[in-house]
Design a protein around this ligand. Structure first.
Ligand code: UN1
Length: 496
């Protein structure tokens, strides 16, 4: 088993490891044990990081993009070499089961090679000019210093979705990782250092949202904020960035549904629901927390789902046989418990789970039993609000049209899925499901890094993480006109 190398983390500013006096412990959610201490930094650390980034960015942007990409290739190889060690550390600090931790680190490796490739593309456009002997093109320009704020539920993957495109495009980064999961940030910063990223191009400042995050959002020299996290925090960030005309990219969760039609392969649907609702203990933005089921197959689905749920082993994710790990902290447990009570009061029928596990091996960690409600209605709070736990609610419907309407009848719009064998329904569904990600005959989770990730409505503000589209967050379009006629040509006027 992997050992934690240090007992106290330090910020990474201008290529130096800078200790901060005030710290808070990081707790392993599977055991309740303190792993190490993470800094709680203040405004001064953010200022120092921004100063370092401002200076570094000027030189970094002058290095040709294919050379900048060389660093990302090295990062990719180092991540690959250390995949097992980093995955185990990820399970220790976040709780997700080791198989999923490996999957998450793999997302980071894939993102490194994918974005390194962008170093030789970063495509702009050439466009015919309206005048003779004149050339027109639009190019991507780096923006400057960008701020990234990342969550605890995918502490390494989401960091790579944001920092890799920012860096290859010629920006410098100030990064605030979640205080629950700082080891992934430490490991990634170490890898950047070893890969030869010039000092100051990435700076890590550990601390709270109210202190460090707030200072970043207010800092006049941070030109972009890319945030993944809660809806309340995201909306506040958007409001402040709006006031400052600062570019902001937001991803703030979902209330994702699997639709099971009466012509579906029910066994396949059960597998999809099991994986998307209870994998990562439901702590994914893309987790399935609603199942919209055609009334003709409702009973069959309930029966098979209950049998399948029996196979879910709950415990410490470092044990390879475990399928469902712990909840991140006691706050998370309390929130889930509150929604169980709300669901009961609203009149949904509890078929399985609904309680915290507190005995035996589960006594010292934060464990919650996989939970299934049925006979929920579309407007219930358990069917509208993000719970971020292993809780799924079945909502019976009478038709395909009603299923689409229920799917779209929430404020979020991240991911959705439909199980059907009818090809016409497949194409109608991909058109009509109002989410940024749509799956057919698969659960709501499992987005691949080379496609845009994000959602409609309350999930975000129109930007996307990962995919080539992530570059739109971290670059400005610059239109360039070169007139080689040797005389003054006036656009719009001198056109014959
Ligand atoms: C998240 O929950 O914020 O698509 C990210 C998925 C993963 C990423 C989830 N690849 O489920």
């Amino acid at each position: 088993m992997v050992e934690v190398k240090t007992k106290k983390l330090a910020n990474y500013i201008n290529g130096e490891w800078v200790e901060v006096e005030k710290t808070t412990p990081v707790i392993n959610p599977a055991t309740g044990e303190a792993i190490l201490d993470v800094p709680l930094s203040d405004q001064a650390s953010v200022d120092a990081a921004v100063q370092a980034a401002l200076k570094a960015q000027k030189e970094w942007a002058m290095i040709p993009a294919p050379q900048r990409a060389e660093v990302l290739y090295r990062v990719g190889y180092l991540l690959k070499e250390r995949k097992e060690e980093i995955s185990q550390l990820l399970t220790m600090e976040n709780g997700k089961v080791i198989e999923e931790a490996r999957g998450e680190v793999q997302e980071g490796i894939d993102m490194a090679f994918y974005m390194a490739g962008e170093g030789r593309r970063l495509f702009g456009q050439t466009t015919p000019a309206e005048l003779k002997d004149k050339f027109a093109m639009s190019v991507r320009a780096p923006i400057g210093v960008v701020g990234i704020i990342t969550p605890w539920n995918f502490p390494i993957a989401i960091a790579t979705w944001k920092s890799f495109p920012a860096i290859v495009a010629g920006n410098a980064v100030v990064w605030k990782p979640a205080t629950e999961t700082p080891i992934m940030a430490y490991e990634l910063a170490k890898i950047f250092e070893e890969a030869g990223l010039p000092k100051g191009v990435i700076n890590v400042v550990f601390g709270s949202g109210s202190e460090v995050g707030n200072a970043m959002v207010h800092h006049k020299d941070i030109r972009v904020i890319s945030f993944t996290g809660s809806n309340v925090v995201g909306r506040n960030i958007a409001a402040e960035c709006g006031r400052q005309l600062k570019k902001v990219s937001l991803e703030m969760g979902g209330k994702n549904a699997v639709i099971v039609m009466d012509d579906a392969d029910i066994d396949l649907a059960v597998e999809g629901i099991l994986w998307s609702a209870f994998g990562t203990s439901g702590q994914r933005c893309t987790a399935c927390s609603r199942v919209i089921v055609h009334e003709n197959v409702k009973e069959a689905l309930e029966e098979r789902l209950l049998v399948a749920m029996e196979t879910l082993t709950i415990g410490n994710g470092l044990d390879e046989s475990i399928k469902v790990g712990p909840i991140i902290n006691k706050g998370g447990i309390e929130k889930i418990k509150k929604y169980i009570e709300i669901g009961k009061e609203e009149g949904a029928k509890l078929l399985a789970g609904g309680y915290e596990l507190t005995e035996g091996d589960h006594a010292s960690g934060n464990y919650f039993a996989p939970t299934l409600f049925t006979d929920a209605t579309a407007s219930m709070r358990i069917a509208q609000e993000e719970i971020f736990g292993p809780v799924v609610s079945l909502i019976p419907v009478k038709s395909f049209e009603e299923a689409i309407e229920v799917n779209n009848g929430v404020t979020f719009g991240l991911s959705s899925s439909i199980f059907t064998r009818d090809v016409n329904r497949v194409f109608k569904a991909q058109r009509d499901l109002d989410t940024g990600i749509v799956y057919v005959n698969a659960g709501t989770t499992g987005a691949e890094i080379h496609l845009p990730f994000g959602g409609t409505k309350g999930t975000g503000n129109g930007h996307r993480d990962s995919g080539v589209q992530a570059l739109d967050v971290f670059t400005e379009w610059k239109s360039v006109y070169v007139d080689y006629s040797g005389k003054l040509q006036r656009a719009q006027i001198d056109v014959e």
